[in-house]
Write a protein that binds this ligand. Structure first.
Ligand code: DAS
Length: 362
């Protein structure tokens, strides 16, 4: 661990020597004027460590504890009164529904406290978009909740985690971020937790929203250009306090030559809904349609989404007779986000028409 801190120190030390004389450090407000921000650490690359500074892609995720992350960015103290909690220390591809519930309930407790003004969640990038959307649906608060990750470990040259964390705390401590839903900051951009997804896995500019980011963070200041249009957080009908378990929802991938094997297997495993990650407009291979019609008749919900990678847009009764089949369409949500919304929605309704309303509104 010590050597990892040293790898952070040069960055900070260099700053002290390189800073041109006469440049005044940012005015630091008195602690009582600063927002109180809690950083919940869950693991991922932002907590990763590689063998050398040249390892930007080969490293171990979920190694560096939250105290070390905070110590690596001493400038956080100029933004907010920050404290850290280590909730998990896992790579996010391993996050489970139980992890989501545990994290969601802890976030709700913190958000309810008058001592907390904003929450930052450090998280692996692989399923960051799912966690951010989940919290966007179930956290009944207007306080800023900002999910942040990094594409390179802190030990690598040009590591992006330090500035991403600085930006996340800057947004979480900013009154202007209130009421904008759960936010995701990477690469100086502020995205809606609902819209953003990981679109490339080897660049620091990895996270994209099909309809664009909400804003930018530059030198610790948030600049807003758009607002979320869908229901979220305090305006949501869902409440983490009323959710004790998340129904199983699986994703079956559509592709050439596909057959109904995966759909049947998920139904057999107890899925309450299957997200069809379809080609194009959520299209379904003709040899799979009868199985999905039968599964629907058995009570399983069928939700058509699209696995196109820059924003699908699945409309009812286009490509498939959804009214006749009593299927649901996922609108512009990618399959992994559709899974999150279906699982949350199924905690409150089994009615396919209600599910469709929820997919239009969230
Ligand atoms: N395995 C990845 C994860 O934890 C590492 C990362 O990109 O954060 O999501």
């Amino acid at each position: 661990m010590k050597d990892v801190l040293h790898s952070f120190a040069p960055g900070v030390l260099a700053l002290l020597f390189l800073l041109p004389q006469g440049v005044q450090a940012k005015e630091v407000a008195a602690p009582q004027q600063l927002a109180n921000v809690v950083i919940l650490a869950t693991g991922g690359t932002i907590a990763g460590a590689g063998a050398s500074a040249a390892n930007s892609a080969t490293y171990q995720a979920a190694k560096v504890p939250v105290e070390q992350l905070i110590a690596g960015v001493p400038e956080l103290k100029q933004l907010a009164n920050v404290r850290g909690e280590q909730v998990f220390q896992i790579a996010s591809e391993s996050i489970s529904n139980d992890n989501l519930l545990q994290l969601g309930k802890h976030v709700a407790q913190l958000a309810a406290s008058a001592e907390v003004d904003g929450i930052v969640i450090t998280h692996g990038t692989d399923t960051l978009e799912e966690t951010a959307y989940f919290l966007n649906l179930v956290e009944r608060t207007d306080k800023p909740i900002v999910v942040v990750g990094s594409m390179r470990p802190g030990t690598a040259m040009s590591a992006d985690g330090m500035l991403n964390l600085y930006n996340a705390v800057a947004v979480a401590s900013d009154q202007s971020a209130r009421g904008k839903g759960v936010l995701v900051t990477l690469n100086d951009e502020i995205h809606a937790g609902r819209d953003v997804s990981k679109s490339v896995n080897i660049k620091t500019e990895a996270f994209k929203s099909p309809w664009g980011p909400l804003g930018m963070v530059v030198e610790g200041k948030s600049y807003w250009f758009r607002l979320p249009a869908k229901r979220h957080t305090a305006q949501s009908e869902f409440d983490i306090a009323k959710i004790s378990s998340l129904p199983r929802v699986d994703i079956a991938y559509g592709y050439g030559n596909v057959d109904d094997t995966s759909y049947k297997a998920f139904a057999q495993a107890g899925a309450k809904a299957i997200i069809h990650a379809g080609t194009g407009n959520g299209s379904v291979a003709s040899r799979v349609v009868p199985t999905l019609q039968a599964l629907r008749k058995d009570g399983l919900q069928v939700i058509r989404s699209s696995h196109v990678n820059q924003g699908g847009f699945v409309l009812r009764n286009a490509e498939q007779p959804d009214d006749k089949n009593d299927w649901v369409v996922a609108h512009d949500l990618n399959p992994q986000k559709a899974r999150i919304l279906a699982s949350v929605a199924l905690t409150s309704t089994q009615d396919s028409r209600e599910l469709q309303r929820i997919f239009w509104e969230y």
